[in-house]
Design a protein around this ligand. Structure first.
Ligand code: AKG
Ligand code: FE2
Length: 267
């Protein structure tokens, strides 16, 4: 509990916290889902664990237009989406803040591993802006902190809609927040595009694989950390890699205008 409180206060250099030894029994788990937009709606121990830890940290929220607005979502490979830049793909997934296009993106992303990739290959990639910042120079930082970037929404959220121009780095210049999706954010001019390339290279350089084991849950501070995924080889046989995902907001009041009624689902 102290570690969870610590994450809320300051997520440290790596911007994440990993909790191991959670009650997930790989042998009694059902098959890994294989269909698109799979979610957890019936109670089970792993989904309860993901919810309880998420609720301990803040308010678990979801988005109406993503995975049916369910609070606990499955991250599993789907055959028809194998080549997509999405959590259902199995090609390399580029580094991104979760829902970077959204004005009320999650503060934390929680990933609970039910089944790790059997080949030990598929894994979450993480990179913290705190580690990448020293690799950027003053000129690049000046560009990245200016509103010279837009981020496209994914198809499920009505593709074609892009954000209004936003900075990629904001807040304290010495310890900024990051808002970027290397697959969906574009610079509006040559200088902005060049600075974005440099940021992408710096993040890639400091990125590492988060080796999530079954029964391990990581919470990533989505204001400091971008994440992605390595490629891997799913078999779609019920034994593929399987994560539960939850999103956490620290202040649920802030997104009131984006909520559907009083519940935790955002538009
Ligand atoms: O598969 C993963 O490890 C992460 C995929 C991803 O970006 C997500 O679930 O938000
Ligand atoms: Fe993601």
């Amino acid at each position: 509990m102290e570690a969870l409180r610590g994450l809320r206060q300051d997520a440290g250099e790596s911007g994440l916290l990993s909790i191991t030894g959670l009650p997930v029994d790989e042998h009694t788990l059902p098959d890994t889902p294989t269909v698109k937009d799979s979610v957890q709606r019936t109670p089970a121990i792993p989904s309860a664990v993901a919810m309880l830890l998420g609720q301990q940290l803040g308010e678990v929220v979801a988005y109406r237009d993503e995975k049916h607005g369910a609070l606990v979502q499955d991250v599993v490979p789907v055959r028809s989406l194998a080549g997509s830049q999405s959590n259902a793909g199995s090609v390399p997934l580029e580094l991104h803040n979760e829902n970077a296009f959204h004005p009320y993106r999650p503060d934390l992303v929680g990933l609970l591993c039910l089944r790790a990739d059997r080949d030990g290959k598929g894994g979450t990639l993480v990179a913290s802006i705190r580690q990448a910042l020293p690799l950027l120079d003053e000129t690049e930082l000046a560009v990245l902190t200016s509103p010279r970037f837009v981020t496209a929404a994914p198809p499920s959220f009505g593709a074609g809609n892009a954000t209004t121009p936003h900075p990629v780095l904001s807040g304290n210049v010495k310890d900024p927040d990051i808002r970027v999706d290397l697959n969906a954010t574009t610079g509006l001019d040559d200088e902005a595009r060049a600075a974005l390339d440099r940021l992408g290279a710096a993040l890639t350089k400091v990125s590492s694989v988060l080796p999530l084991a079954s029964g391990e849950m990581a919470f990533l501070d989505n204001r400091l950390v971008v994440h992605g995924r390595t490629d891997f080889t799913p078999r779609y046989d019920g034994r593929d890699r399987w994560l539960h995902r939850v999103y956490v907001h620290f202040d649920s009041r802030r997104s009131a205008a984006h909520r559907i009624g009083p519940g935790p689902v955002l538009i």
